[in-house]
Design a protein around this ligand. Structure first.
Ligand code: HEC
Length: 114
């Protein structure tokens, strides 16, 4: 039993390392970052606040999105939230763009200081 654990140990360690390494999940996305940042501030900001602190829509600061991985945020952006003012954006944004926005929101890069 001990020998078996030792033999899978390195593999588990490797898988964990890959899984936990931000670089691995931060594969290059094919987006125009400057254009997309403007889009988020203007279009998403019209409801969520120009500094993502909320308005008609809820605030989108990292602390508000703790429960949501970037992929889940991208899915919300893609499909919208039925029965609310949050529209689906899939006709306008690519998957890469929506995932990029999800990551930016998680990182707080778009939350401006007051
Ligand atoms: C017309 C107003 C409006 C616009 C424009 C809008 N949203 Fe929303 N959004 C909302 C509302 C309202 C909700 C809350 C829905 C609910 O009650 O669950 C929401 C919810 C969300 C959520 C889920 C937040 C959470 O904590 O569950 C995310 C993420 C989000 N919006 C991102 C975006 C992004 C990114 C954009 C721009 C691409 C955008 N929204 C544009 C109105 C808007």
């Amino acid at each position: 039993m001990k020998a078996r654990c030792e033999s899978v140990g390195p593999l588990v360690g490797f898988v964990l390392a890959v899984w936990l390494t931000p670089a691995a999940s931060m594969a290059e996305l094919n987006v125009d970052e400057a254009e997309l940042e403007n889009f988020v501030i203007q279009d998403c900001g019209s409801c969520h606040g120009l500094t993502m602190r909320g308005g008609l829509g809820p605030p989108l600061r990292p602390e508000d999105l703790e429960q949501l991985p970037a992929e889940a945020i991208a899915a919300i952006i893609r499909e919208g939230v039925d029965g609310t003012a949050m529209p689906p954006w899939k006709a306008l944004l690519s998957d890469d763009e929506m995932l990029w926005i999800g990551r930016q929101l998680k990182s707080g890069a778009l939350v401006a200081d007051d």
